[in-house]
Ligand binder design. Structure first.
Ligand code: OSB
Ligand code: MG
Length: 373
């Protein structure tokens, strides 16, 4: 199977509810899709970069440029004389520094095409062991406890197995306490600060301890592993890292320092699903629990996340929600909750593809790069 060309397509997907967190507001997802066209198959990848560089330094317009100008030339030269080999393409892309979300999107499209030809599902390729994965929901900062409680009631009624609340200074102890009182022990709770606190807030954050949260995610800045290790000694709530973990190596360092006892694995943040699996392996070996993070993906990225979350070390529910929590019309056949779980696709590759009519409706730009061009 030879790679013939790669399409870059931007789609605008309006969110059912705007997503507000310490890193800003997302009302529409401006998503970059990658389509790898080969002699035998068509593989899809989704770039999880947001429209602004507020979660990490990446943002969608820059990701498109890096892919077009720096990643594809390396992948396409490599593809000229041989069969498509995703691992080799990933190695070719590693010459470029950073831009992990851009690399992950290209890698996923190639992997989808390669696995379709082999007739193997992504879940099987990664080492998945579950047919369905526990669904959690991440709730943005709503500004108003009554509003928050309504949202929580709705999601609990839907069957979500875990609720994550975004927090920031000024929106933390009170709303979290109210939600715990409302749901009692019926549902697992956790919080995500997106790096909005400092070590000086340790005592304040310790007031979350009585709410027996599964974890507090990324309380301090991305690069502050030492701070997280110090904070961990002052909290009973386990610390989970998201933004800080960018590779299997940083996961090993964070664990060795005692900076976290839980890890959120997002393939986009770490450069792809192959590195995501290596992080899973590092964490399992160290006895650190992992769960699958999300970036408000469409059905394309969600299919891949469900496959990743089917690995044995994913023992906590992920930010993996049904399509209708994000979009009125998803790009793929919708993911639905079944007894609080999402089914892991079993078809070759991702096992899903975009619906042609939806894709046509939401597309804002398309570019195609041919091998040898
Ligand atoms: O920090 O986990 C995060 C969404 C966008 C950017 C960062 C984060 C999130 C979420 C998402 O919390 C959740 C989801 O995809 O359901
Ligand atoms: Mg997070």
């Amino acid at each position: 199977m030879k790679l013939e060309g790669v399409e870059l397509r931007r789609v605008r997907m309006p969110l059912v509810v705007p997503f507000v967190s310490a890193h800003g507001i997302e009302s529409d997802r401006d998503v970059l899709l990658i389509r790898a066209c080969t002699t035998e198959a068509e593989g899809w990848g989704e770039c999880v970069a947001l429209s602004e560089p507020t979660y990490s330094s990446e943002y969608v317009a820059a990701a498109e440029q890096v892919i077009r100008n720096h990643l594809l030339p390396r992948v396409l030269v490599d593809a000229r004389d041989g069969h498509l080999d995703t691992a080799r393409s990933a190695a070719a892309m590693s010459q470029v520094k950073g831009h992990l979300m851009a690399k992950a999107a290209v890698e996923l499209a190639l992997l989808d095409a390669e696995l379709q030809e082999k007739g193997v599902s992504l879940a099987t390729h990664l080492g998945g062991v579950r047919e369905a994965v526990d669904a959690g929901v991440s709730i943005g900062i709503t500004g108003g406890v009554a509003n928050l409680l309504d949202l929580v009631d709705g999601y609990v009624a839907d069957g979500y197995r875990r609720v994550k609340l975004k927090i920031e200074p000024g929106w933390d102890i009170e709303p979290v306490g109210e939600v715990r009182t409302r749901v009692g022990d019926r549902v697992a709770l956790q919080v995500d600060a997106n790096g909005s606190y400092g070590l000086a807030d340790a005592e304040h954050l310790a007031s979350l301890d009585p709410f027996h949260l599964l974890c507090i995610e990324q309380p301090l800045a991305d690069d502050d592993l030492l701070g997280h290790a110090r904070l961990a000694r002052q909290l009973r709530t386990p610390i989970c890292l998201d933004e800080s973990i960018t590779s299997a190596h940083t996961a090993e360092v964070a664990i060795a320092l005692g900076a976290c006892s839980v890890v959120n694995i997002k393939a986009g943040r770490v450069g792809g699903y192959l590195e995501a699996r290596r992080i899973h392996d590092v964490c399992v070996a160290a006895g650190v629990a992992v769960w699958c993070g999300g970036m408000l993906e469409t059905g394309i990225g969600r299919a891949a996340n469900a496959a990743l979350a089917s690995l044995p070390g994913f023992t906590l529910p992920g930010d993996l929600s049904a399509s209708d929590r994000y979009y009125d019309r998803d790009l793929t056949a919708p993911f639905v909750l079944e007894d609080g779980r999402l089914r892991v696709p079993t078809g070759p590759g991702l096992g899903v593809s975009p619906l042609a009519d939806v894709l046509a409706q939401v597309t804002t730009s398309v570019d195609y790069v041919r091998v040898g061009a």
